[in-house]
Design a binder for this molecule. Structure first.
Ligand SMILES: [Zn+2]
Length: 234
């Protein structure tokens, strides 16, 4: 185990390598990103978990992906109630401001947020805020409990993690400006699941699953909701 100080020093060393790669050796990419702005085609909603970094596991580069991260990769339903909305405002910026073509909800194995949901519902006594947050996924908890009984908690959690991705995916469609763009064919919604116990990436085939393993031969993975534009499939 590294000490906290050494762990921080590793990040600073990492920045040295990043700077060498993108600023000292060849700064063309960042020059372009500065002058032309960011134009990512993909938005990912991922979990804050340190083991499931969306850009790290997909080997994405600067400017490739607009990322929202929170506990359990959750998209809350559309709630235009005037309260502060971190996820919804990032979602709005990605869809309206950047006009992304794809939104990927990326869940993962051994998610602490989903485990809290399964154990405590919306009232985790250990935390002040998290219970209410993961409680937005109550539908996934009920769905799994209806389907599977007397299973190992770990097995239930794997089901619930995937069911949670599907809840967030369906919640995306409650935002009118997401649903409009899905309907006119300019936005596709994907539900992905990174199982790092096996080292596999899976994708939902529809808004209620099932999930299947993504292969590198899937040049344009089919979305769970919406259509892949033909110009990209070519
Ligand atoms: Zn998680």
């Amino acid at each position: 185990m590294t000490t906290p100080g050494a762990a921080l020093a590793r990040l600073v060393e990492g920045f040295d390598r990043f700077r060498a790669a993108y600023f000292e050796t060849d700064h063309t990419l960042f020059d372009q990103l500065v002058w032309e702005g960011q134009k990512p085609q993909i938005m990912v909603v991922g979990c804050s978990d340190s083991r499931a970094d969306p850009t790290m596991i997909t080997d994405a580069g600067p400017g490739d992906v607009f990322v929202i991260r929170n506990v359990a990769a959750l998209v809350p339903p559309y709630m235009p109630d005037g309260r502060l909305a971190g996820v919804s405002s990032a979602l709005e910026f990605g869809v309206k401001g950047l006009a992304v073509s794809h939104i990927v909800v990326l869940g993962h194995a051994m998610c602490g947020g989903v485990r809290s949901l399964m154990e405590y519902g919306d009232a985790d006594p250990r935390f002040e805020f998290m219970g209410r947050w993961v409680g937005l996924l109550a539908e996934a908890r009920e769905e799994v409990r209806m389907l599977v009984t007397e299973a190992e908690p770990a097995l239930l959690a794997r089901y619930a993690e995937r069911a949670s991705v599907l809840v967030s995916l369906r919640n995306l469609m409650t935002y009118p400006w997401v649903a409009d763009r899905v309907r006119d064919g300019t936005l596709a919604l994907h539900g992905w699941y990174f199982d790092f116990t096996w080292g596999v990436l899976m994708a939902a085939e529809g808004p209620r699953g099932p999930f299947r393993q993504l292969e590198s031969t899937d040049r344009t993975p089919e979305p769970a909701i919406g259509a892949t534009r033909t110009d990209e499939a070519a």
